[in-house]
Design a protein around this ligand. Sequence first.
Ligand code: G4P
Length: 526
Amino acid sequence: MATLTDEISRRRTFAIISHPDAGKTTLTEKLLLYGGAIHIAGAVKSNKIKKTATSDWMEIEKQRGISVATSVMGFNYGDYKINILDTPGHQDFAEDTYRTLTAVDSVIIVVDVAKGVEQQTRRLMEVCRMRNTPVIIFVNKLDREGRDPFEILDELEAELKISVRPLSWPINIGAKFKGVYNIYEHSLDLFTPDKQKVSERVEISDVNDPAIDEAVGEADAAKLREDLELIEGVYPEFNVEEYREGLVAPVFFGSALNTFGVKELLDCFVKIAPSPKPTQAEERQVKPEEEAFSGFVFKIHANMDPNHRSCIAFVKICSGKFERNAPYKHIRSGKTLRFAAPTAFMAQKKSIVDEAFPGDIVGIPDTGTFKIGDTLTAGEDLHFKGLPSFSPELFKYIENEDPMKSKQLEKGIQQLMDEGVAQLFVNQFNGRKIIGTVGQLQFEVIQYRLLHEYGAQCRWEPISLHKACWIESDNPEALAAFKKRKHQFMATDREGRDVFLADSGYVLTMARQDFPEINFHFTSEF
Ligand code: G4P
């Protein structure tokens, strides 16, 4: 019988993140192929909401359905149990991605060799850095013309603000791409541009083996040796502890589409990536090996069927063993709940599970009980931290269009905010409700869902806002003075925290200058 510790140490829970089109979906699919979770390429649908589909609601609903199915992909690989948490590709749903990152123990970042570090990768990396999440970088599309690998490494280091350490190295790139030398295992894989055929491995003793010259030609072999010497000179030896502390990111090169360099990535990943780590609760740190179950809700997904307003709450297990039908305490309400039909996703199939372990995600059917960030335990009062809200980018007043349906509107707004679709602020001066989002698409989603799921109609009215920032101070008098002076621009968030609505960057700068005792925060957790 495997013990709890065995179950924990074999688990690897991670997310793949990238700027759209770098190859996240393709890489995910290839990992699933290796795990035997799928058998043919093309089985994983991209959950990208293509730009052209923004006004096509059925399309968005369909896409949402796909993303439920691919929310968590669990499979066994050798002795390991791997859980890949999917993140939405569309940047308007970046907040979803941030929250998913709170439920993973590590991350693989995919970068396009021609494009290098792009905007969304940079932002997601900031979230990883905040949490010291270990990252591995996969430089993709080596079969296409792209940039010099050394240049890419410099860019990764500068833009992602993390030390890098190549663990594999390409021999040429684009049309002349011949393969990858695996620095981690001292092996050589030759590239065959064929999606059906996996690469050919050349047995070599070390980098000086003449078999390399035979396989790739003398000139390329010499260049490879030169490059490797330079790498050894410039980059310190790879240290797995530094990687696990989030200080250094190992880098692999390959081509996801050609299933090239993917197995090397996966084999190294399972060896070095961390198993579930302790989770910080407000009260104390919770270790995965603790006997008593605990977990938190990091995502709530609305049902596709508008007639049944049920959702799936995704719970990340932090400690102990989760058991079906066992009594668990829902900390926010204080109620004891039993879950008769928790689901897990294994090998692309959703099925009811009897038990699950730290690192696993279970889906719990929900009819409005859960809110993002809720904690469940075997009885202890714990509140898991680390689900910050970020200051939204776009703001609009939400108004009721149908006075007969104000209750429905209220309820709809509440539940959509519980799901984490957007953020609600109430202006303390005029009592008006303001919805903040990271993208235009969310306003459309909210309006559509309010109508279709709650029968309520809303109207958006413009508000000119630069940022919403959470404020606090050690000096209660300074805080009171600030709130008095800025009373027209003060709001509260759903937890009742003070939020300052700055209508321009200038106003914010001035406020910071004039009120040095006030701290302004751009995330809700500080
Ligand atoms: P994403 O999830 O990060 O948005 O990217 P996705 O995997 O959908 O890949 C984006 C495009 O890049 C896809 O082409 C995909 O086939 C291609 N691609 C992925 N990996 C590689 C690679 O190693 N080499 C090359 N040359 N291309 C790669 P598409 O035309 O946009 O989509 P599709 O019609 O092929 O699905």
